[in-house]
Design a protein around this ligand. Structure first.
Ligand code: ADP
Ligand code: MG
Length: 323
């Protein structure tokens, strides 16, 4: 089994990529980078814990894609372009085959999202824990915050919701195996191009990691507004609609989490730009409701008020929602 420095040399040192702003990558005490002019650095860290965020037998390449996907999704939600990542790994053991597959998946995912791996930390521990810190660029002052939603704004979500929760269900035996749902769970697609394009259109944005209601709730709190959501407008994929009952599909779309789609608000006069953007990106952007004055969320189903689910999404310290 390779030791700490051999792991870094063999599996990570050559994955560093060639981002033009990276002057010194893996191998010294720190990486050194520069920033393009008129740019702010957007920073975020995401952790995946074995048994909490992933099942112990997940394929290592899928784990790498999920880690990168969830981290890069935060950049997308900020309207930032991905630049580089650092990676903190706590591993139960240094299984060469596992590391080989993990680092291969990581290199592919880094290439896909245009990020360079520029540093990290490698430690041993009793369970596998992986953290990726992503750094991205956003034009100064243009970052998409959670705090800008205004009464009258329309609420949109990208792609479809609930698929990732259903993908997990295929692994836990709640649902029959399904390639599409499983891929949505294992290899989520962060909506980077959408985030960048929304910089001049959206008033607020967030990525859906914990569940639509939970994440929209953060926009509402930070913007000090309320929302009305129409359930019949929720974008549910055909596969999900065919796999579960409609109440279950709605429930997973509202609370499922880990779809890594974007939820964003747009002043009504800019709604035509969203329609245009959906065409340009070939991505469904669905209006699901609107922002109103007040606090909280009102759900309707074909106009009839509907009770809110008991839990809005995953909370690590209340242990509700996904496992
Ligand atoms: P230090 O002890 O000074 O923090 P380390 O010996 O932990 O440095 O790491 C040596 C170099 O390898 C550093 O440049 C660090 O960023 C990099 N590194 C360590 N682990 C990883 C990893 N899992 N992925 C990428 N780079 C790593
Ligand atoms: Mg050092």
């Amino acid at each position: 089994m390779p030791g700490e420095f051999e792991i870094i040399r063999r599996y990570f040192a050559n994955a560093s990529g060639d981002h033009p702003q990276v002057q010194l990558g893996i191998g010294d005490d720190c990486a050194l980078t520069t920033l393009p002019p008129d740019t702010q650095l957007a920073l975020s860290i995401d952790t995946l814990v074995e048994g909490v965020h992933f099942l112990p037998d997940i394929a290592p390449a899928d784990l790498a894609w999920r880690l990168l996907g969830s981290a890069v999704s935060d950049l997308a939600a900020m309207g930032a372009s991905p630049a580089w990542i650092t990676l903190a790994l706590t591993l139960k053991d240094s299984d060469s085959e596992w590391l080989e597959q993990f680092s291969k998946g990581l290199s592919e995912a880094c290439h896909q999202y245009g990020v360079s791996l520029i540093g990290g930390d490698t430690t041993s521990g009793s369970i596998n824990v992986l953290s990726a810190q992503v750094h991205g660029f956003v034009e100064t002052g243009k970052g998409l915050k959670r705090s800008g939603a205004q009464p009258g704004d329309l609420i949109f979500v990208s792609g479809s919701l609930g698929d990732s929760r259903a993908g997990l269900a295929t692994l836990t035996g709640e649902l029959a195996a399904n390639e599409y749902l499983l891929t949505r769970y294992l290899r989520p697609t962060p909506r980077v191009e959408l985030g960048v394009a929304l910089r001049d259109i959206a008033s607020a944005a967030i990525d859906i990691s914990d569940g639509l209601l939970a994440d929209l709730g953060h926009i509402l709190k930070q913007s000090q507004v309320a929302a009305e959501i129409e359930c019949s407008q929720l974008p549910i994929s055909e596969v999900l609609a065919q796999s579960v009952s409609q109440p279950c599909a709605d429930h997973w779309a509202l609370t499922g989490g880990e779809d890594f789609e974007l939820c964003f608000t747009v002043p009504s006069e800019k709604s035509a730009s969203v329609v245009e953007l959906a065409k340009v990106l070939s991505l469904n952007l669905t209006e699901i409701g609107c922002i109103v004055a007040g606090e909280g969320i009102q759900l309707t189903d074909k106009g009839v008020v509907k009770a809110l689910p008991e839990t809005f999404g995953f909370d690590h310290f209340q242990k509700q929602g996904n496992p």
